[in-house]
Design a binder for this molecule. Structure first.
Ligand code: NAP
Length: 260
């Protein structure tokens, strides 16, 4: 299937690691130009090198995205370098465990800055360019937005906000033929996931418990399985799909609990 992505320009936030890395690689393999945007300069360079080695096209842009100015600079970088933006893949985030009891108003707001504000800020600054290209936005959310997790109020609020903004933007941007969708993972083995599980008292035991509860094949979703859905939504093969919140999770969030 030709996804018609050749030379289309996509910003992938957190595009050097985990789910974002898989999105960057698969978009580039489909012929898109990828701007790998994240705070790890070396990580970004490595990702761009890997894409270029595979004969793809990519650039890196180093930015701490919780800063609104960094989001503006990222959009300016894309326009100066390529003159257009065809899609934003909002993916960077961190499950930072800011909870109700031990957190604070300041830590809660910082979590929102890390997980939600940059999704808005980047699309805000990129909007004129998305209008020009009839581009698309794909927001990476989390099952936590609908299931809760416990002890992570900031992240849960941000992910709930991402679902709401997906619907809100899909509605607002109808007149411009800009499609907006969200992809929600549940359990994907990535550096973020490894850090989180290792922060728990009994990581090995917890991991076994979690895997046993994943209905489809009792295994983690791979980053590539998330990325394949994202790339489909980024392409005009999904040209009448907008405002959707799609769970790529092996049935983790919705299937009958008696199955596991
Ligand atoms: P990851 O392995 O930590 O990769 C995320 C990348 O984004 C890292 O390179 C990270 O940089 C970067 N990043 C994070 N916050 C940033 C910021 N404020 N500014 C610039 N760069 C930033 O994470 P992942 O597991 O692939 O997660 C990607 C997305 O999927 C997140 O939105 C997450 O909430 C969502 N998700 C993941 C899972 C899962 O099971 N893995 C489940 C549900 C939802 P550093 O390396 O410097 O931190």
């Amino acid at each position: 299937m030709d996804l018609h992505l050749t030379n289309k320009v996509f910003i992938v936030t957190g595009g050097a690691k985990g789910i974002g890395a898989a999105i960057s690689k698969i978009l580039a393999a489909e012929g898109a130009i990828v701007i790998v945007a994240g705070r790890g300069k070396e990580d970004n360079y490595k990702m761009v090198d890997a894409i270029v080695l595979a004969k793809g096209k990519a650039s890196s842009h180093t930015a701490e995205l919780s800063q609104p100015e960094a989001c503006k600079s990222l959009v300016e970088f894309a326009i100066e370098k390529y003159g257009r933006i065809d899609g934003i893949i909002n993916n960077a985030g961190v499950n930072d465990g800011i909870d109700l009891e031990n957190g604070s108003p300041e830590l809660f707001m910082q979590s929102i800055q890390k997980n939600l504000s940059h999704y808005y800020n980047i699309v805000h600054y990129a909007l004129p360019h998305l209008k020009a290209s009839k581009g698309t936005v794909i927001n990476i959310g989390s099952k936590v937005s609908v299931t809760g997790q416990g002890h992570t109020s900031g992240y849960a609020a941000a992910k709930g906000g991402i679902n709401a903004l997906t619907r809100e933007w899909a509605a607002e941007l109808l007149p411009y033929s800009i499609r907006v969708n969200a992809v929600l993972p549940a359990e994907v083995w990535t550096p973020l996931y490894a850090n989180w599980i290792n922060s728990l008292p009994n990581p090995k035991e917890k991991l076994e418990q979690i895997v046993a509860k994943i209905p489809y094949e009792k295994r983690f979703t791979t980053s590539e399985e998330i990325a394949n859905m994202v790339v489909f939504l980024a392409s005009d093969v999904s040209s009448h799909t907008t405002g959707q919140i799609i769970f790529v999770d092996g049935g983790y969030t919705h299937l009958d609990r008696t199955l596991t």
